[in-house]
Design a protein around this ligand. Structure first.
Ligand SMILES: Nc1ncnc2c1ncn2[C@@H]1O[C@H](COP(=O)(O)OP(=O)(O)OP(=O)(O)O)[C@@H](O)[C@H]1O
Length: 365
């Protein structure tokens, strides 16, 4: 693809962005071509698989009959406030469903700055999970750890119950068990490529599929996000909401070989910067895409998205796009519950976050 040369040139122009750096590293290690442009111009990493399991319908709220709270098996002694009952209420009850991705006592620091300090998270088949928390608490870092674009300093990331060693690219066998699509903040589209080339980027780069077949897959993916016929446009010609949807189309595209692969999609602030109506469109799209994909394709095989995770600050996204929430604070999961429980819990951190009050445990310097 000639235009990929332009994209590669973009990659040389600098790469200060965290997501792009992490993606670049994963791809470089896996022998993939560099994809680390400036301004987050990096497409998502996808690893597909033939692993298939029955899924629950994501269009329904996951049945969570009783409140579910985070366990905190190893609170750090130097941070006693996180071990207080109000912040670490533990319930042995867990929602049903097979665990697809698990972070077990994960620690991550950047330089001398600790970000995660023993995070425990489980993502189950059929779940629509939101990760919330104050700015800089490590939500995006958590996504990148789950996606295998970063590796923990301590603790484990498990995929289908098996420990992943290193990055996604270091453990291809395990990576083949679960396809991960990532929708980065700001879309991370290549400005120099058309919409069609952006959406089909990984298929052009890493498969031997004929151009015509890729174009058909691109058209299908764009149609799924309600953007038929925009293949020839460039990202700059689209609205912010349309760019988000193009990024979504790129995250969900699959080649024929992996048509039946089980897939988890991770959205990093998918509605940031959008007006309320455009946000609603994207939120409903996130959910409806999964609704559409839950049906059998008529051949007895299932396709589509087994679970999705949304990092967000937006209340509308919390309410419309997810069912279960995970609250990160000071490097740990301090609260988990349904979106309904989010409204009623008396947990001080959650109440402060929900109200936007300056008074409370969340302190901004
Ligand atoms: N690759 C990196 N190198 C150095 N510091 C990083 C890197 N990635 C993240 N950080 C820092 O780690 C902290 C957590 O970042 P992260 O993006 O995960 O937080 P967040 O909760 O998603 O924040 P926000 O809500 O503001 O997007 C921030 O202070 C950020 O600057």
């Amino acid at each position: 693809m000639q235009s990929n040369h332009r994209a590669s040139c973009e990659l040389q122009t600098g790469a200060a962005d965290h997501d792009a750096l992490a993606l670049h590293r994963a791809r470089r290690l896996s022998g993939f071509s560099a994809c680390c442009p400036s301004e987050r111009r990096a497409p998502q990493r996808r690893v597909c698989t033939a692993a298939l399991n029955p899924r629950r319908g994501l269009h329904r709220r996951a049945p969570t009959p009783e409140p579910v709270f985070a366990s905190d098996p190893e609170p750090e002694p130097q941070r006693p406030q996180l071990a207080e009952p109000s912040l670490s209420a533990v319930s042995p009850r867990e929602p049903p469903g097979e665990v697809l991705i698990e972070l077990r006592n994960v620690h991550k620091a950047f330089g001398s700055k600790p970000i995660l300090r023993g995070a425990n998270i489980k993502i189950r088949r059929g779940e629509a999970v939101g990760i919330i928390g104050g700015s800089g608490t490590g939500k995006s870092t958590t996504l990148r750890l789950m996606a295998g674009l970063l590796e923990p300093d301590q603790g484990e990331v498990l995929i289908h119950g098996q420990v992943r060693k290193g990055l996604l690219s270091d453990d291809p066998m395990l990576a083949d068990q679960l396809a991960i699509g990532m929708v980065f903040q700001n879309g991370a589209l290549f400005d120099s490529l058309t919409v069609g080339e952006n959406v089909g980027f990984l298929l052009y780069e890493h498969t031997k599929l004929p151009k015509e077949r890729i174009e058909a897959l691109v058209a299908g993916s764009l149609s799924a996000v309600g953007l038929s016929g925009v293949q020839a446009l460039y990202p700059a010609e689209l609205s912010g909401g349309m760019r988000k949807r193009v990024a979504l189309a790129r995250a969900i595209i699959k080649d024929d070989q992996h048509r039946n692969a089980e897939q988890v999609i991770m959205y990093d602030e998918p509605t940031a910067g959008l007006d309320p109506v455009a946000s609603t469109v994207v939120e409903d799209l996130i959910r409806s895409l999964h609704v559409g994909d839950t049906s059998s394709n008529g051949t007895g095989s299932q396709q589509g998205i087994s679970a999705y995770i949304v990092v967000t600050h937006q209340h509308s996204t919390i309410r419309r796009a997810v069912d279960r929430l995970i609250f990160l604070h000071e490097g740990q999961v301090v609260w988990e519950g349904t979106t309904e429980e989010f409204d009623t819990t008396q947990e001080p951190i959650v109440r402060q976050f929900a109200s936007g009050s300056l008074a409370g445990p969340i302190v901004y310097l």
